[in-house]
Design a protein around this ligand. Structure first.
Ligand code: CP
Ligand code: NVA
Length: 328
């Protein structure tokens, strides 16, 4: 029996005392990484590193707090990492899926006004980004984007945490993204602007990142030294990259386009030839789920330089840091 074990008259492990001062992000939403300043993003990543090293220290941090989760699309990593994350922080996650279908059974307004009376934050995975923004406007509690068609900020946090773990300083790090210029790509673009990385997206013509995402990142990047490029040439992007990143070619909701997209995206497949253009110590990243044999071949995703499961684990740590920051 350890020195901290329970006896009839004593409490086992004394709860860690957290400062009563609110965190700077308390009460805020995270709808996009654009909601963060460079210093705020850095603070979340530093806290995430600390939580990964010493999870026990934070095991009562969100005691008696509840996160409501709404999933309108499937999920493995997001669902598990938020649920386990709340448990590890001493709180509780309540999965409302599939009962809640936002705006169908009752209005977004009424969903928000009900939930804010009973829970402490809401995490939503949905299609249109605008619906999430409206929900956040109605809700007086933090709303977290668990993926929309436009962005995936929690993935971006975990991804830059992972790059920092492996590569150290993010400033000037050459991050090449190959594939569809949509949600995950946008969050990587915003993260690059906040951290000073050199980001290049290679997409087929017609699948480029949104102009507003590029414009915001180029403007924000002037203050951090970031560089944001876009090309339709996969080789140009991969050449001398420190990080090669890809995502599925047909995202959730686009399944009917899968065959047509396969033909269009094939030149952007991350295979041994394309990965071979990157630096010898380049890392391979993928948000997962992966369609092996499509956007990435087995030899790349299973290679020692692939960090896809480290990325997946870091969803847990990065989101715990986020939950703590928004809810404490
Ligand atoms: N990367 C990611 O968000 O995974 P899930 O779709 O499984 O949540
Ligand atoms: N772009 C993918 C990301 C999944 C995590 C999708 O939206 O399906």
């Amino acid at each position: 029996m350890s020195a901290t074990s329970v006896s009839a008259t004593s409490v086992s492990v004394p709860p860690v005392e957290f400062e009563h001062r609110r965190t700077p992000l308390f009460g805020r939403d995270l709808l996009s990484l654009r909601d963060l300043s460079p210093d705020e993003m850095s603070a979340v990543l530093v806290l995430a590193d600390g939580m990964k090293k010493d999870p026990v220290k934070f095991s009562t941090a969100l005691r008696a707090k509840t996160l409501a989760m709404v999933f309108e699309k499937p999920s493995l990593r997001t669902r598990v990492s938020f649920d386990v994350g709340m448990t590890q922080l001493g709180g509780h996650a309540l999965d409302l899926s599939p009962e809640i279908s936002l705006g169908k059974r009752e209005s977004l307004h009424d969903v928000a006004k009900n939930l804010e009376r009973m829970v402490d934050a809401i995490m939503v995975r949905t299609y249109g980004h605008e619906g999430l923004v409206r929900l956040a406007e109605f809700a007086g509690i933090p709303v977290i984007n668990g993926l929309t068609d436009y962005s995936h900020p929690c993935q971006g946090l975990a991804d830059y945490m992972t790059m920092r773990e492996v590569k150290g300083d993010l400033r000037g790090l050459r991050v090449a993204y190959l594939g569809d210029g949509n949600n995950v790509c946008h969050s990587l673009i915003f993260g690059a602007a906040l951290t000073g990385a050199h980001f290049v997206a290679a997409t087929p013509a017609g699948y480029e990142p949104a102009q507003d995402a590029l414009a915001w990142a180029r403007e924000a990047g002037m203050r951090t030294g970031a560089r944001i490029d876009a090309t339709t040439d996969p080789d140009e992007a991969a050449r001398d990259a420190d990080v090669v990143y890809t995502d599925v070619w047909a995202s959730m909701g686009q399944e009917a386009e899968a065959d047509a997209r396969h033909r269009i995206f094939l030149p952007f497949q991350v295979n041994a030839r394309l990965f071979g253009l990157a630096r010898r110590d380049a890392m391979f990243m993928h948000c997962l789920p992966a369609h092996r044999g499509s956007e990435v071949t087995d030899d790349v995703i299973d290679s020692p330089r692939s960090v896809v499961f480290q990325q997946a684990e870091n969803r847990l740590h990065a989101q715990k840091a986020l939950l703590f920051s928004l809810m404490r």
